[in-house]
Design a protein around this ligand. Sequence first.
Ligand SMILES: [Zn+2]
Ligand SMILES: [Zn+2]
Length: 307
Amino acid sequence: MYPVSQRTEQVTLEYDFSRVEPEQNKRRSEIFEQMNESSNWFFIQKHGWHLPATLEPHEWCGTWSWRGCLNVNGHSGSECSNKVFVKTFQKSCYRADCQVCWKKWLARESNKSTKRIEKYEELSGKSVKHIVISVPKWEYGKDKKELAKWARKILKEVKADGGCMVFHPFRYNREEKFWYYSPHFHVLGFGWIEAVAQAYQKYGWIVKNLGTRDSTFATVYYQLSHAGIRKHNHVLTWFGDLSYSKLEIKNDDDLNQKCPYCFEKLIEVYSLGAYRDKPPSIDMELIAEPYEWTSDKLGDEYLYAKI
Ligand SMILES: [Zn+2]
Ligand SMILES: [Zn+2]
């Protein structure tokens, strides 16, 4: 078996943190500090809402396994000729709630959303803006559905063409280091004039313009990291020109899950050779001998027979 070297550039990174400036990486780590230093990240609950990463993982979350392509016939003429292609991967449930997988959820959702926003920027020539719509205190008893209706009404009034909306039930008290109920919506969107958004105040609802200091990826990542999580709720929703029906995005998420030689979908595979006992806990790609790999899950009999 030989490690693959020349063709790594063909495989897209699952999470492209290289797009993020060092300054913004600092901001990204801020949330992990707030999670650990705060007294109530894991306990705060209101109307069924909670913060991400508060539930136990499945037993397989974060465990390493192999994916590969055993389609030897499709590999002729390449450096993988007469060989199979395999790579390690970490199993993930991609749930926002999962204590092990939530960062994968965060990265995946942020990447997807960034792509959508950047696509619209490219098509429209406009640049994305970030506002916060805060719920007045006397409306705190109302459910998000009701609050979101108001938020959408406001977006119409400030003339937003489209964007995405994330509901935050909680705010963080940096001095006292705790989270408290203070519902608001973050909107990354297009169309309004900053001054209009900033000036909006009607029925006690306040719209604040946050400017565009951070990259889109860093902003989405940060907003999702402490978003409200509740069953059957979509953490991030699109509206107007950026809704699914109006803006089509080619989904190349799967590129990472395809064979770089024959483009078949990678399947879970098992080693009959050197890696039989346990995959290494590291990202790794190999071009390997076909007889050393199988797609049949190995039963105990096999493992015991070999011992
Ligand atoms: Zn998980
Ligand atoms: Zn292949």
